[in-house]
Design a protein around this ligand. Structure first.
Ligand code: F6R
Length: 632
């Protein structure tokens, strides 16, 4: 949520900043702005709306500055108007700040600053920061200064006053060769070039300049000058830190021939599922190979020992993936599993149980609620199980994220960078990780026979080709079908058992990118109330895959049909019963029920995409949303 960038070096700063913000626009797109230092003055340009508005403004201005900061905003405090856009400045316009996060004590700081005569020009929480920094700066330049820089000291004293989760980048007209950054529970990475240095909320903004990066940890700040980068803690003590080399494929961050990133990412699913399976399935294993393990997640035995319960914490689409995970962990490995919304869990945590594994699922690894819930569990559980450290595991697509810094074990979903705000390929790879985790546990706890594990693995290996088949056979049909729902106002999605979370996911995909109201229900619950919503204007999408609940879902669909609803079925290919029941068919290969979610979600992603695209909406950057929700 919100993206920040910074640059100091030899090139034109605004060019670098705009290019960086383009790569971060997925984090927010309500407004954007940049500030530079040129000839002893701060120059600031801001614009409401998408980044192209700012770019247009900047094109009309000559600004050769070599240092600057930039911001793309997802509004939290204050409407998305130009006056609330970052960077924010102090009264004399000597200090400019961009921030990602929330300053929780900003009201107190605002009052305090007002009492000292400051006036506020915005409704944001950020404005207190430049005002505080300006107060801490020396009134006149001082000789024989011992600290590396009075500017660094002023920022240091300021961050000590801030509460909340934030990442900031700061420039000052009086210190034109210094860019100061600080991080507290919001991401910030520094990039090292030749005589030039960069900072950004996320690595896509850095990779076209450098692969040498340093991700700051909580409570760290850095001073970037043309000579290099110095890292400090918030008390001002110098720290020894070294950059690492980023493993990155910039090709993934381009749209290529696709109209939207979301469609490209839907099409990447066969490939990323294959990659993820290759990473974790042991190709040398078969049911006869007793000396080897089928799954290679690299989890230590201590994580699984005497395990009695699993609790999973997640938000949004990751929460849906976790519901499928619960089904797998319970049905395959026999471990009672609860799935909680991170945002709810934090304020009503259940009583502590011993021998519990806590899993945080977050594709970005930055979702503030999930990170905070895990941190709470880390603290609550320290010392509880005398034999162990708290058992914490993260599942993420960003192994360099805040999540990875917090939990000792991480499983990477290997989906590659996902730019579209609606999660697609990261969702299916989260599911693959849950299959692997459940099988690993089932094998170690001996809850499944080796031949049954082999059967599931054979089925998993066929999924990439089956997803390809769905994409090839359905793209045109779904596009046509979408045309008929352009004006529809409500949708219902039904699923049961392991496909109930897929109904929730189908509804979420549709509502977030098409702005059509959609609800997902367990199919059997319809008659307990929601069926009252149905009439000829409300299409019902039902997932009816072969298995324990197939006939039940068909009956539930018939109940909807009797209320005149138009029925769309995600059904097995060539199934005569399904063909009789549904008005429109979205056929997928008939796999065993346990594996069906990976296939049944694909037509729902396509349906949501094509309805939104037909409506002419900005599929990759839907209104009010951001890819990485770093505020609570
Ligand atoms: C929906 C979507 C969101 C995220 C949610 C959690 O398409 O992307 O619902 O799933 O914001 O994000 P992560 O997984 O990064 O914690």
């Amino acid at each position: 949520m919100c993206g920040i960038v910074g640059y100091i070096g030899t090139q034109t700063a605004t060019d670098i900043l705009i290019a960086g913000l383009e790569k971060l626009e997925y984090r927010g797109y309500d407004s954007a702005g940049v500030a530079t230092v040129l000839e002893g003055e701060i120059h600031r340009v801001r614009a409401k709306g998408k980044l192209y508005n700012l770019r247009e403004k900047l094109e009309r201005i000559e600004n050769p500055a070599r240092i600057g900061i930039g911001h793309t905003r997802w509004a939290t405090h204050g409407k998305p108007e130009e006056h609330n856009a970052h960077p924010h400045v102090d009264t004399k316009m000597r200090v400019a700040v961009v921030q990602n996060g929330i300053i929780e004590n900003y009201r107190d700081l605002r009052e305090e600053l007002k009492q000292r005569g400051h006036e506020f020009l915005t409704e944001t929480d950020t404005e207190v920061i430049p005002l505080l920094i300006a107060e801490f700066l020396p009134k006149a330049p001082t000789d024989n200064y011992q600290y590396p820089s009075p500017f660094l000291e002023a920022v240091c004293k300021t961050v000590q006053r801030l509460k909340g989760a934030f990442a900031i980048a700061v420039i000052c007209a009086d210190y034109p060769d210094e860019l100061i950054v600080a991080r507290q529970q919001a991401p910030l990475t520094i990039g090292f070039g030749q005589g030039e240095f960069f900072c950004a909320s996320d690595t896509p903004a850095l990779v076209s300049h450098t692969r040498a990066v340093l991700t700051l940890e909580n409570g760290e700040m850095a001073r970037l000058t043309p000579m290099g980068v110095e890292v400090y803690d918030f008390q001002g003590h110098r720290l020894k830190k070294f950059p690492r080399t980023l493993d990155w494929n910039p090709v993934l961050a381009e749209k290529h021939e696709f109209r939207h990133f979301m469609l490209k990412e839907i099409y990447e699913q066969p490939g990323v599922v294959r990659t993820c399976l290759e990473a974790y399935l042991n190709s040398d294993w078969n049911a006869q190979a007793n000396d080897k393990q089928p799954i290679q997640l690299g989890m230590p035995d201590s994580l699984y020992e005497n395990l009695e319960q699993i609790q999973i914490l997640a938000c949004g689409t990751s929460w849906h993936a976790s519901l499928v995970g619960k089904y797998l962990l319970e049905q395959l490995a026999g471990i009672p599993t609860v799935v909680q919304y991170s945002s709810e869990f934090r304020y009503a945590p259940p009583p502590l149980t011993t021998n519990t594994l806590t899993i945080g699922v977050t594709q970005s690894g930055e979702t503030a609620d999930t990170i905070a819930a895990l941190e709470m569990e880390r603290q609550r559980r320290t010392g509880l199980d005398s034999a162990y450290q708290p058992r914490l595991l993260g599942i993420t697509n960003r192994p360099e994220s805040s999540l990875a810094q917090l939990v000792p074990q991480v499983i990477h979903t290997h989906a590659g960078i996902e730019i579209g705000v609606a999660a697609t390929k990261t969702f299916v790879t989260q599911l693959i990780v849950f299959y692997c985790l459940a099988l690993d546990l089932a094998y170690r706890r001996q809850t499944l026979s080796a031949s049954r594990i082999e059967e599931i693995i054979v089925g998993l290996r066929q999924l990439p080709a089956q997803i390809e088949l769905i994409l090839e056979s359905q793209e045109n049909y779904v596009e046509e079908l979408a045309h008929q729902f352009q004006e529809t106002q409500d949708f219902i999605f039904l699923g049961r058992g392991i496909n109930f979370p897929i109904a929730l996911e189908g509804a979420l995909k549709l509502k977030e990118i098409s702005y059509i109201h959609a609800e997902g229900y367990p199919a059997g619950e319809m008659k307990h109330g929601p069926i009252a919503l149905l009439d000829a204007k409300v299409p019902v999408v039902a997932i009816a895959m072969p298995g324990s609940v197939y006939e039940k879902v068909l009956s539930n669909a018939q109940e909807a049909k009797a209320r005149d609803a138009r029925l769309i079925g995600v059904v097995p290919i060539n199934d005569p019963e399904a063909a009789q029941t549904f008005d429109d068919l979205l056929p997928v290969p008939a796999v065993e029920e346990l594996l069906s979610p990976i296939l049944s979600v694909i037509p729902l992603q396509l349906l949501a995409y094509h309805i939104a695209a037909r409506r002419g909406l900005d599929v990759d950057q839907p209104r009010n949303l951001a890819k990485s929700v770093t505020v609570e």
